[in-house]
Design a protein around this ligand. Structure first.
Ligand code: AMP
Ligand code: FES
Ligand code: ZN
Length: 308
């Protein structure tokens, strides 16, 4: 298989783009694509201060690498969740993230949940759900809260996450199966900071396949944590990803077209006449100042108040 750009030996074949590239051309092509989507969806510019939420995984570390190489001004944020799972999951991901940042001379902020909020995510989940459910919901709520707080308090123009096309297509699939109108209305590559206390958010990798992000990390020599979070096993999003990958195997590009057609339909007015009813009902949490639809304190402050 030959590289479509230079005729050398191709190492990455992207059937959905009918494109095969050698390592050098792929390492140039991928950042160009990311730049294209940053501009297309008006995510941010080179005069903005960007905060990248980095988990130590291939997507977010590669995203940080790409934005840094493209000349954006971008700091990192790592949230220590206190997850062990027999593989020292949190410790390992923090170590790899710190190594990545120091090798490139990049600024990394670390927020350690057990230090700041007095208990690890699994402990918080055991206390609040009496051990009935996995910690993923508690974890998601905590990560969203901290990402928003650090981006907002630090005066960053935008917070970016490493959500890739597989993540976005799986979320869209789940939202469609459930006709989760509120989520479908909000799902977009950029979320505007349309409430006091809210940071702007963007997903520059939303149109890049997970497989390509893994290839980028590998070819760039980025050391990342291979293991998934130990609590992710059996999750719905993994199941949806498997289903979409089966479709992709039969029909290359199925995943991409599912997501892009959704974005295009929204650009053409799908959902447009309907204001998101939840946005209007939000108010500021009296404790942390972040917007919430719950009466009184937000869900995060209610969950952590006893510990504080
Ligand atoms: P996930 O929800 O684990 O699929 O992660 C989605 C995105 O959230 C990642 O690509 C990161 O940008 C961000 N993220 C996840 N976990 C962390 C963490 N512990 N610290 C900082 N950012 C994170
Ligand atoms: Fe939060 Fe797995 S990363 S529960
Ligand atoms: Zn709050």
């Amino acid at each position: 298989m030959k590289c479509n750009s230079c005729g050398g030996k191709a190492v990455v074949q992207m059937r959905q783009h009918k494109l095969a590239l050698c390592a050098n051309d792929f390492l140039e092509w991928l950042p160009e694509q990311v730049e294209r989507f940053i501009k297309k969806y008006k995510m941010f510019t080179r005069s903005d201060r960007v905060l990248a939420a980095v988990s130590g995984g291939k997507d977010s570390l590669s995203l940080w690498d790409i934005l840094w190489r493209l000349g954006y001004s971008v700091d990192g944020l790592y949230i220590g969740l206190g997850i062990d799972g027999g593989i020292e999951y949190s410790d390992q991901s923090q170590r790899l993230t710190e190594k990545f940042a120091s090798e490139r001379g990049l600024q990394l902020k670390v927020v350690c949940v057990p230090e700041v909020y007095g208990e690890t995510i699994p402990d918080m989940a055991r206390r609040t759900t009496r051990g009935k459910t996995k910690p993923c919901a508690v974890c998601g709520l905590t990560k969203r809260h901290i990402m928003n707080r650090i981006a907002y308090e630090g005066g960053y123009d935008v917070l970016v996450t490493g959500h890739n096309l597989d993540d976005e297509a799986a979320a869209l699939f789940g939202n469609t199966l459930n006709w989760a109108a509120g989520h479908l209305v909000r799902q977009w590559p950029v979320l505007e900071a349309n409430q006091p206390g809210l940071a702007r958010k963007a997903k520059p990798l939303c149109r890049i396949y997970e497989r390509e992000m893994a290839a980028y990390a590998m070819l760039r020599g980025i050391e990342y944590i291979y293991e998934e979070c130990p609590y992710a096993v059996g999750s719905k999003s993994i199941y949806y990803k498997e289903l979409l990958n089966r479709m992709e195997a039969d029909r290359p590009g199925a995943k991409l077209s599912f997501y892009i057609s959704f974005l295009q339909a929204k650009e053409n007015g799908l959902f447009a006449p309907h204001a998101d009813p939840k946005v209007e009902q939000l108010h500021s949490c009296p404790t942390c100042g972040q917007p919430t639809s719950a009466p009184g304190e937000c869900a995060f402050c209610r969950m952590t108040i006893k510990v504080k």
